[in-house]
Write a protein that binds this ligand. Structure first.
Ligand SMILES: [Zn+2]
Length: 461
């Protein structure tokens, strides 16, 4: 079996690994590159393998950096099945429709305002491509072996990162059977809604993410108090708290935290707005799954039921006008996508809210290099938004406690929890420093080959 690391190698986005086995080709994840314009330009390069010659795609979860390239692959000729868990299929449909819509909107907006470097900006793919990709989704439940192609069996195990997220095991049969485990994005044992990922299956090779491969997260109590204090102070001065949040999962985790803080009277009762049609659609997938008693959820979450995400004074901004009205001054909390402020409605909020020192931007997730979120996290005094410079006077606070990625200790503990140590560990899905630091630790502590594959590198397992 051969693995080629097409995307997500030495970077946090664009996850794609090609598997070749006995003349068959599989693609594990099909993510979009995000971040700097150089990163995004990679989405426009010709795919390194003719998409028509790929037999099947397997998706570990529904985040855009793992599934967002799929419509482009379909546009270029891929017609095979796309395997993923049932909840991932529900969420991927939401994410791809939103992505196509956003790209169409951004292209139209750039054309109207004339700030693009391109004379005639066009979307990477459109709604029609996204719909065709959605038609190819073939849900497979957790813990069930199925043939991904002849001679390669696959199985999804819960990944604990977002609803439906999985750790994927591929087993190549034959006289020299080989097994490879893909961590996907690996959740934290402390995810407030989901159960932790089980130990990985015994494998010859493990391909593991390393978003936080060089860091240890702050403890949950400190993080929640940081958030509560930030909200109290912003509300006291009559400001708006804007939280860029991944629509999938982070919004749910935040709503639960805000509900807990309010129940404990640690934050004042101000309106909370969820301003992302995608986040609202996602929320209903989560509440349906909780109501159905899905075992991915923690027992205490299932015991409490859908009320766990139900905040008094929760509002939904569905139309663009409702969204724009939120930028009037006043005490409130806005949760809006995208999570790295690289696109979507939150960018418009930042443009309107950053110049006012009463307001606060709370960053709750990983901020990739090149995004507005990263610039704010690093203390930018001005931002270029839609071609125009905007002064940053608002307070900017990072509260990484909401990360749904394991930190270095948690990733290592998961690797160690396998019944036997793999021969090879491939460290992907991290910025180079983070991936390298984690590979060094794996090599030193587990005494195995651990490498950060170069983009495009092909290895034999
Ligand atoms: Zn993810």
């Amino acid at each position: 079996m051969f693995l080629t690391f097409i995307g997500g190698a030495g970077t946090v986005t664009g996850s794609k690994t090609l598997i070749e086995s006995d003349g068959h080709r599989l693609l594990v994840d099909c993510g979009l590159f995000q971040g700097t314009s150089d990163d995004r330009a990679r989405n426009w390069e010709p795919f390194p393998v003719d998409p028509q010659r790929i037999d099947a795609v397997l998706l570990t979860h529904a985040h855009l950096d793992h599934c967002g390239y799929l419509p482009a692959l379909v546009r270029d000729g891929f017609v095979g099945p796309v395997y993923c868990t049932p909840a991932t299929a529900d969420l991927v449909a939401i994410v791809l429709r939103d992505s196509a819509h956003l790209q169409e909107e951004d292209a139209a907006w750039a054309r109207r305002k004339g700030f693009s470097r391109h004379a005639n900006p066009r979307p990477l793919y459109d709604t029609n491509d996204a719909e065709r990709a959605i038609q190819l989704l073939r849900p497979r439940p957790f813990h069930e072996d199925f043939a991904a192609v002849d001679g390669v069996m696959a199985e999804f195990e819960p990944g604990g990162h977002i609803l439906g997220s999985s750790v994927l095991r591929l087993r190549e049969d034959g006289d020299r059977p080989r097994t490879v485990v893909f961590s996907g994005d690996l959740g934290r044992p402390s995810h407030p809604l989901l159960v932790p990922p089980p130990p990985p299956a015994d494998a010859d090779a493990v391909v593991i993410e390393s978003t936080y491969g060089d860091r240890v997260h702050e403890d949950v109590t400190t993080g929640l108090e940081d958030l509560a204090r930030t909200i109290r102070e912003t509300i006291r001065r009559g400001g708006t708290v804007v939280i860029p949040a991944f629509a999938v999962d982070r919004t749910e985790v935040l709503l639960k935290a805000l509900k807990d803080l309010r129940d404990q009277q640690r934050i004042p009762a101000v309106p909370v707005w969820v301003d992302s049609p995608m986040a609202l659609a996602t929320l209903s997938v989560y509440t349906r799954a909780i109501a159905a008693g899905e075992p991915e959820f923690r027992s205490e979450v299932l015991a409490e039921g859908v009320g766990i995400l139900d905040l008094d004074d929760l509002h939904e901004a569905r139309t663009p006008q409702e969204s724009m009205d939120l930028d009037r001054p006043g005490a409130k909390i806005i949760i809006s996508a995208s999570g790295m402020a690289s696109g979507g409605r939150v960018v418009h909020h930042l443009k309107a809210l950053l110049p006012d020192p009463r307001n606060t931007v709370v960053l709750v997730g990983f901020q990739a290099f090149g995004t507005h979120g990263r610039a704010l996290a690093e203390g930018a005094e001005q931002l270029k938004i839609h071609g125009q410079y905007v002064k940053v006077r608002a307070e900017v606070v990072s509260v990484p406690v909401f990360s749904v990625h394991g930190d270095a200790e948690e990733l290592l503990a998961w690797l160690r929890s396998a019944g036997s140590v793999p021969d090879n560990v491939f460290v992907i899905h991290g910025e180079v420093g983070s991936s390298t630091a984690f590979a060094d630790r794996v090599r030193a502590e587990l005494d195995v080959c651990a490498v950060v594959p170069k983009p495009g590198e092909r290895v034999r397992v």
